[in-house]
Design a protein around this ligand. Sequence first.
Ligand code: MLT
Length: 269
Amino acid sequence: MSDTDNDKHEQRSVKKIDVFLTPCEIGDERLKNQTVIVVDVLRAATSIATALANGARYIIPVPSIDEATSLAAQLSRDSVLLCGEREGKIIEGFHIGNSPAEYTRERVRARHLIFGSTNGSPAVVKAAAARAVYMCGLVNLNAVIDAFLSRIDPFPLILLCAGKLSRFAIEDAVCAGMFIDRLRQRQIGALELNDAAVGSEILARKLGKNLESMLRHSDHGKYLIQIGAESDLPLCAADSTIDAAPVLREGQLVKHAGKGSEEKHGNGT
Ligand code: MLT
């Protein structure tokens, strides 16, 4: 091996993970050539994983309500369901809100979903500049780890926390930290972390033992309790109970097809 080959090999074997605690911290250029996992525990990732596990064909994440409604008009199919929230509540004229409990098999099987939420769906749309994009909550943590590790060349990895209105959300950081911790358990070698990744792992070790309590004490968890969505918290806290890893393919979130399937979503390099 020449010196240059050695350098390249070393660069590749460094498993770099950066956490961004809100989407506004990162620009499109920085996303290129990265695998990005968008983390939104409360509640978009939980609802989307539930919908895919219950047989939804695909979910189109949109950045705004206007885009959701105009896309629904363009698609004009009976099978389309308009889904999403503003201030945590169902949007007038939409079929489904953002409670994971609403995404039952009866409602979503074989349907095409358009999904607009305040933080989660805009974060996925932003992440589309990356070479591969997945969506993760606590409910599908192990499924997303499996999907990520099944990629031929998964690193470098960015864990992009959706946060809350451009602010830090503790539940997303805890989930990102648990993701890193579980990667370590798979003994994949040394990891190189940025400060936010180190901090997320420390938070996960401290708060990851009682996830429902962590959610109840979070800003968004308290808000959901206040608007009557308390019953969503145990659903969102149920670690790795859903075997569905949403992956972005040509603007649509679909269920990852399993080991060995390399996903390309069309916008990446
Ligand atoms: C979001 O994407 O902003 C959240 O899922 C908000 C919510 O809990 O409905």
